[in-house]
Design a protein around this ligand. Structure first.
Ligand code: NAI
Length: 389
């Protein structure tokens, strides 16, 4: 590998995972944060991860945790930390002005070949790089949590990213080890909200917000909704509690601003956030989590939530991703969903079901009053079936 040294900026949840897999791949890493206590905490988490792997005999023949940890250093001085690095992966808090400032500091102080990749999940890569002086050397690199376990990495091309930047970052991402199998790199050709996998799954929340509001209005219980989704590993209400009701609200607001007002959070979600019922993390959401994972009686389904509707919504959004040229083939979308969410994408079943699902979506759009759920042309025509790669 031509690129040898990586700076990971931000030593939080994502940054320490990225640093861990980078040293495991043999890169020299400098882990950067704004205060000693933050960088020390991130470093300790990397060390803990590496030691666990050593105990399980997963570091490789004759490789000790100390050998791997020798590859990482800490810094709280960004400008000097990036002086001799080839690649920078930015995983600081999700704030545009901070990311832009970090990007500019890297370009002003790093070598002339340094490339900057942001792990943002919601911000425009083009916007992050626009005033840094070298926007051609800026791109997106979107990991999934936890980084050592989730196979997917999305490589995002901004309006200005050069081919060389994309090639070098893809080469780096490809060699990062993953404990659950081979890494999957999905190239995102357009800098659009949610990139591929988050975008694909986003509009299911339009439907869920409607289901939650109907549930409240009709006096249906969360157990009954989860009984509707009996074949899912976690029913919709339990899953919402698990993800966090506030997270659902923030995501809904983000897509309401960037894609369509139809994404706005529903009454139920807003009320729960106001009451502090945020799900598992606060001990109360749709369920009481104070004594651990709730026991859910799934014997009395409501017949309100239909998994087929969610699949149809996924297929529709997958077709929009193709229509917008975010990627060229549906195989990338299906593979990325499997690698990032551990669930199959919609195109396998969609090739047979698209006509029936399109009809279902017409009805669902009428019933919910959400036009965004209407099937797009590429879904209705089945034309996506010719766009495999
Ligand atoms: P976090 O809050 O755990 O860590 C952020 C770290 O950045 C903190 O340690 C903070 O002190 C540090 N930081 C803030 N300003 C800084 C600066 N100017 N220079 C250096 N360090 C600075 O956040 P998390 O969850 O690790 O997220 C980081 C990024 O990754 C965000 O952009 C987030 O949207 C994205 N992301 C998060 C995912 C998740 O599941 N948490 C998944 C994919 C992307």
């Amino acid at each position: 590998m031509a690129d040898k040294k990586v700076a990971v900026i931000g030593a939080g949840l994502m940054g320490n995972g990225i640093a861990q897999v980078s040293i495991m791949a043999g890169y020299d890493v400098v882990l950067v944060d704004i205060k000693d206590e933050f960088v020390d905490k991130g470093y300790a988490q990397v060390e803990e991860g590496i030691k666990k792997l050593e105990a399980k005999g997963k570091l490789g023949e004759g490789v000790s945790a100390a050998d791997v940890m020798a590859k990482i250093e800490k810094s709280i001085d960004l400008a000097s930390a990036v002086k001799d690095v080839d690649i920078v992966v930015e995983a600081v808090i999700e704030k545009m002005d901070i990311k832009q400032q970090v990007c500019k500091t890297v370009m002003d102080n790093g070598p002339s070949h340094v490339i900057f990749a942001s792990n943002t999940s919601t911000m425009s890569i083009t916007e992050i790089g626009k005033d840094c002086g070298a926007p051609d050397r800026v791109c997106g690199l979107h990991f999934f949590n936890p980084v050592p376990l989730m196979r997917l990495v999305e490589v995002i091309r901004s309006t200005d990213s050069s081919d060389e930047t994309i090639n070098r970052i893809s080469e780096y991402a490809q060699v990062l080890p993953c404990l659950r199998g081979k890494r999957y790199i999905a190239e995102v050709l357009k800098d659009r909200p949610g990139f591929i996998v988050n975008r694909l799954n986003a509009p299911v929340q339009i439907y869920m917000n409607w289901v939650f509001d109907q549930m409240e209005e009709k006096g249906i219980t969360p157990e009954q909704i989860d009984a509707d989704g009996k074949i899912m590993p976690m029913g919709p209400c339990e899953l919402a509690d698990y993800v966090g009701i506030d997270t659902l609200m923030h995501t809904a607001n983000y897509y309401a601003e960037t894609l369509s007002p139809d994404f706005k959070p529903g009454k139920t979600v807003l009320k729960m956030v106001e009451e502090g019922k945020l799900g598992r993390k606060t001990g109360q959401g749709f369920y009481d989590w104070s004594a651990g994972r709730p026991k859910i009686d799934k014997s009395n389904p409501a017949g309100l939530f239909k998994l087929d509707n969610s699949m149809a919504i996924l297929l529709n959004e997958g077709c929009r991703i193709l229509e917008e040229g975010i990627c060229t083939g549906f195989k990338t979308i299906d593979d990325a969903n499997m690698a990032g969410m551990n669930t199959p994408g919609p195109f396998g079943a969609g090739k047979k079901q698209f006509a029936q699902w399109a009809e279902m979506l017409e009805k669902l759009a009428d019933e919910t009053g959400k036009d965004y759920l209407k099937p797009c042309e590429l879904m209705k025509s089945g034309g996506f079936a010719k766009m495999r790669k």
